[in-house]
Design a protein around this ligand. Sequence first.
Ligand SMILES: [Zn+2]
Length: 289
Amino acid sequence: MDAAVVAVIAVIIGTTAFSWWKQSMFSVLVSIACVVTMLLMYLPDPDNRFAIQFQLAFAPRDLIDPSHMTSVITSMYTHDVRGFTHIFFNLLVLFLIGMPFEERIGTRRFIVVYLLSGLVGTLVFALFRWNDLVIAFGASGSISGVLGAFIRLYPHEKMSLLFIPSLTFPLWLVGLGFLALQVVYAMGSYGIAYEAHLGGMLAGMAIAPILVKTPMHKRVKRMISLSSLRKLAKTPELKAILRRIEDEDLPDVRSAWVEQFISKAKCPHCGSPLKVTKESVMCEKGHLL
Ligand SMILES: [Zn+2]
């Protein structure tokens, strides 16, 4: 195994463990891991980049070859070394859809949706292409899963996909557009693993409702009343999060929003950051909320 491949595996394990433990944005850490993977393919020896990409990418028969099995995971972080379009668009979609979804359901659930959908996407690809000499790589299986989960839970959520805030589409329509694109891919020969996209999306849709009912984050106790949160909502960002809290019915998701709110709010007495302890919410200087 090439040293670059070992390094990629270390980066994947490190970023995932850090994000799970610290509950810090996985969509950001995955993006960083994908960029680092790209650099690791290029930097040590640019002439060797296709050989490394080939080791990181997934081929259906890797499933029965113990020495290449790591490609099931490494392929999700690998992008086309011939240019930057592939990685750019995947990370853009991750930013547009992944970040808002992660903020809503919490980092740990997001990690589960992301990795499991990517895995299912890869397996579906292997199933349909078992006898072909093909390789697959890229974050799109996972991203399709995130889209599927987002649509299943919040079909009427509005998304602005083109950086024009006034131009928004409901998520279900984004999903239909995505499916139409897969039909186009399936009919032409673009070398795009649409099987992995569809498998990932279905996996995300199937996992989402189970996941939101599974407690994975420590819940903020209900001692914080909405009226005290309202007093703290001074910035537009906090006001937006407060609206989410008011509209949210799922207790666990609601608590993830409250946590998000607290992490961004300031103590009304001294202006220092707030934190959630076992029993209460207080600032660094000990003022209780
Ligand atoms: Zn204070």
